[in-house]
Every structure is written in C-alpha cells, then in structure tokens.
Design a protein around this ligand. Structure first.
Ligand code: 13P
Ligand code: ZN
Length: 280
C-alpha cells in the first residue's frame, strides 16, 4: 500500500504512538463521535529522512505519495512554523478510526513559506482538525522558545469537564490544588497544574489565543470550560499521561463525593514534602 510511512521507521513510530493514544481516548469514553484532536510536529522525522526542507524536493523523493493540495489558509500567520511538518487528525474523523487507520483519518501537512497557509502532502487529502488554529498557534510559540514539546492533544475527559460546570472551580488554581491533593501522583506528574480558559467558541482564534495565554503562564494542561482539555508535552503519549493523571484525581474526588463525604485531601505539608522529594 502507498504510504509516506513505508520504510520510514522514525516517522512510523510517531504515527503508531498517535494511533495508540487515539485508542486510549476512545476506550476511556473521552472521544465521542469525532471528539478531540491530535497534532504532532514531525519536522525532525521528515527532515532527518529526506534531508530537505523543500516540498518539491520531498515530493521528488516520495513518488508513491499523492501530490500536495493547493495551499489552504490557516487564518493567521505563524512565522516560526515556516516549512514545518505536522501530523493532524482529520476534522470530523473519529478517534476510534484514527486508532486503526491513522493515515486514512489524519494527514501530514506542511506550512508554506509565507507561514499563512498549509498544504496536505501525505497520504490522502484529509482536511485537518477544526481546532488547527489552537494547535498551530501553540506549536508556533513552542518553536519560538526552542521547546522540546512536539505534541498537542485536545480531548473531552468526562470528570474534568463535569468539574468545570461548577463556578468556584474556575477560580485560578482552585482545581489544581484540589486535584493535586487527591493522590500524590498528580502533584508529582502534573507539577504545573491546570490552567482555565472560560467558555469560548470551539475552533475559534479567540480560544486559541486564550489557550496560548494560559500555557505562557506556565501550565502544560489547560481546561476549556464546559468543553475539554488541551495539553502539550514532548510526545503524544506524555501529553495523554498528564490528562490521564489529572482525570484520575477528578474521579477520586467524585467517587468520594458520591459516597456522601467531602474528601479530606492531602495536607499542604504533605504536598510540600512531595514537591521537595521530587524536586518540583
Ligand atoms: P474535529 O473533528 O474538527 O477535530 O473537532 C473535534 C473537537 O473536539 C472540536 O473541539
Ligand atoms: Zn472538542
């Protein structure tokens, strides 16, 4: 079968990881219908494999791939993404399908030299996720900072989303402290906590900008009120892990509440001890 992944083990590893995480999202019930999206910066894998930044040169070396689509407007200009390549879940595509057939339910795009458009270069002309503005604005910022983070994830974790329907939890760092105190791992593995973005229209540039603002305040995971979470990390598995750990804490909180009591939570001293031991 024709695919850019053929004989490209480094790239295939990245896409296999995307497919594995997409399966977890579906199994967890966080990915109803087309819910959620994944974008991974695969520029290193493409440039490593082909040693070129020019899409024409790349195409010449990839005779098995479809021709690139005409450039499509991003809606904003992202100067640090010039010539970068991303794997993106397709809009309206199901995570459970991405898990089984990643190259039929997602595509590889290249940001054009004007930094305002992208073209789909492989394998099929699958239109990227509607949340592309959020993902690409965040990746532009990560590239500008020389960050090692290469993956961004948006998903709809049930318990975390439920908690955003309670206004007191939307105050700065209230949810972070509550979730940290539920189980030591949350403090240890999500040391930056959870930023909050008040409700904004899905896929809007306003939502993208608010997400970027929270990440720039130092969070790796951002809650979109009454919608979902957005997380960044070195790879897609690590981004998933952060959301998984936070949602586990939310489940512990809700289990305690459903048993009829308010969970005591770890004390500030216990959490401080953890921070010292883990060097957080
Ligand atoms: P897409 O199908 O366009 O990726 O949208 C899913 C989603 O969760 C929007 O917020
Ligand atoms: Zn969503």
């Amino acid at each position: 079968m024709k695919s850019i992944l053929n004989n490209n083990p480094e790239l295939k590893h990245q896409i296999d990881q995307v497919a594995e995480v997409a399966g977890y999202l579906w199994q967890k019930g966080w990915a109803e219908r087309n819910g959620g999206n994944i974008v991974v910066n695969i520029t290193d894998q493409i440039n490593y494999l082909y040693g070129c930044h020019s899409v024409t040169a790349l195409q010449a070396r990839l005779p098995q791939c479809d021709s690139p689509t005409p450039p499509i407007e991003i809606g904003t200009t992202l100067p640090h993404l010039k010539g970068c390549y991303f794997f993106c879940k397709g809009t309206n595509r199901r995570m459970r399908d991405l898990a089984r057939w990643p190259m039929d339910n997602g595509s590889i795009i290249r940001i054009t030299d004007d930094c305002a458009h992208y073209e789909i270069i492989a394998d099929k002309p699958v239109k990227p996720t509607s949340e592309l503005p959020s993902h690409l604005m965040v990746h532009n910022d990560l590239m500008a900072k020389g960050s090692p983070y290469k993956a961004s994830l948006h998903t709809h974790p049930i318990e975390l989303v439920a908690m955003t329907h309670h206004r007191p939890f939307l105050e700065k760092d209230v949810l972070t402290r509550l979730l940290w105190s539920m189980i030591p791992e949350t403090r240890a593995f999500c040391p930056k906590g959870l930023g909050i973005v008040p409700y904004l229209l899905p896929s809007s540039v306003a939502l993208a900008q608010a997400t970027l603002d929270r990440l720039n305040e130092g969070y790796d995971v951002v809650m979109w009120e009454k919608h979902g979470v957005f997380a960044v990390d070195t790879d897609i598995m690590a981004a998933f892990d952060q959301v998984d750990v936070l949602n586990k804490a939310a489940q512990i909180y809700m289990s305690a509440r459903s048993m009829g009591f308010n969970p005591e939570g770890m004390s500030d001293a216990q959490m401080q001890e953890l921070a010292e031991v883990f060097g957080l």
